[in-house]
Write a new protein. Structure first.
Length: 378
């Protein structure tokens, strides 16, 4: 808010529904901001006070900057999602197997060249630590049937290859099937890449472990079909194909959230080539916010609150490979990203930092940003 206006010209009002506020200066048209949630009735009284008398104004804030703390209406059923503690297992993951169908096709996001035709069976891969969990629950592999013990071969139960008992089990890609995973963009130089035949964009890598190919969600768009009747009297239907994709930062957020659940850590080193990187701290994995900038929707958006700072090549090396005998002050996980995705994620953090109030942009040695995350509508 510009500090040059006179304080008596400022008007802030809460709507009758208590879901949005309007801010106006002089004779300008008011700017409406939709609140992330419906607030309580007492918020009317708070905003009707003159701004100069508000005790909620942040100490140390510059002239013309005001902060109001309003209580969320917990009795409103529409606010129930804000108080949910746990997400469903795949609630933060875009493009799970249930989102796909045999009619789904994939194409290169950059040029539109076809990558995967329809007719595939889509299956979700298990959690990244599923093998360790199977070892935890089964100290000893179940006994084999007597018929299997007498049969020729190594005596391995075929069902064990499906059920996953211990380290002998392995996920293998089969022809006609697509295994859907949380994005894990391992771009080490030793991997064999898969590039678009038209624009040469890297779309994935060959995965020798599953004897298949791993495609990057950030580089693809997926099709969905819908059918509509042309008229009530005619049985003819029209099929419409729609192509969609998710922002790279949303897909990367899903990867980070999965690592938080699996590794119980919230600090990560993001980099592409070890030369430059980001140290991030997922301070709050879920919050709702709204703003009135031209590049954003005024509707409520779900995001993660992230503390971040830039890293040099030396800092990355020291954190990932500390010298023998030295004690690392941080428990961090390494996340290697494609170059464009890393730069884009960094730009999102830096851009969101400018949306925050000046006094909220820095916390000690950290800069503060917001990163959007996927939210499934049920």
């Amino acid at each position: 808010m510009d500090a040059s206006f006179h304080i008596t010209d400022l008007t802030i009002t809460l709507s009758d529904t208590r879901r949005s506020i309007s801010v106006s200066l002089h004779n300008d048209d008011p700017v409406t901001l939709k609140l992330p949630a419906r607030v309580t009735q007492t918020s009317h009284r708070i905003l009707h006070l003159h701004p100069s008398t508000l005790p909620q104004t942040q100490p140390g804030a510059k002239q013309g900057q005001y902060s109001f703390r309003m209580q969320v209406d917990e009795t409103d059923n529409d606010n129930a999602a804000l108080f949910k503690v746990d997400d469903t297992l795949d609630g933060f993951v875009p493009w799970t197997a249930t989102d796909m169908s045999p009619a789904t096709r994939l194409r290169c996001l950059a040029c539109g060249e076809g990558v995967l035709d329809e007719g595939k069976v889509w299956k979700d891969l298990p959690s990244g630590n599923w093998a360790e969990m199977m070892d935890f629950w089964h100290c000893h592999k179940p006994d084999l049937p007597k018929e299997a013990e007498k049969s020729e071969g190594d005596g391995e139960d075929p069902n064990a290859l499906v059920k996953g008992y211990g380290a002998a089990n392995q996920v293998v890609a089969m022809e006609g099937s697509v295994l859907v995973d949380i994005p894990n963009e391992d771009t080490t130089p030793t991997t064999t890449t898969i590039n678009c035949s038209t624009c040469s964009t890297q779309l994935g890598i060959h995965d020798p472990i599953t004897t298949g190919h791993r495609l990057f969600k950030t580089r693809l768009s997926a099709s969905s079909t819908s059918s509509t009747s042309t008229s009530p009297d005619e049985p003819t239907t029209t099929t419409t194909t729609t192509w969609s994709h998710h922002p790279p930062e949303t897909i990367i957020s899903a990867q980070l959230l999965e690592l938080i659940e699996r590794e119980s850590t919230r600090r990560f080193i993001l980099h592409h080539d070890h030369k430059t990187g980001l140290l991030i701290w997922i301070f709050n994995p879920t919050l709702h916010y709204s703003n009135s900038t031209p590049t954003h929707s005024i509707s409520s958006q779900r995001a993660m609150k992230v503390f971040f700072r830039d890293l040099t090549e030396g800092e990355i090396e020291d954190m990932l490979h500390p010298q023998r005998g030295s004690v690392s002050s941080l428990a961090v996980e390494e996340v290697r990203l494609l170059r464009e995705e890393f730069l884009g994620f960094r730009d999102v953090l830096r851009g969101s930092n400018g949306l925050l109030p000046v006094e909220a942009r820095v916390f000690r040695e950290w800069r503060v940003g917001l990163v959007g995350r996927f939210e499934r509508n049920y």
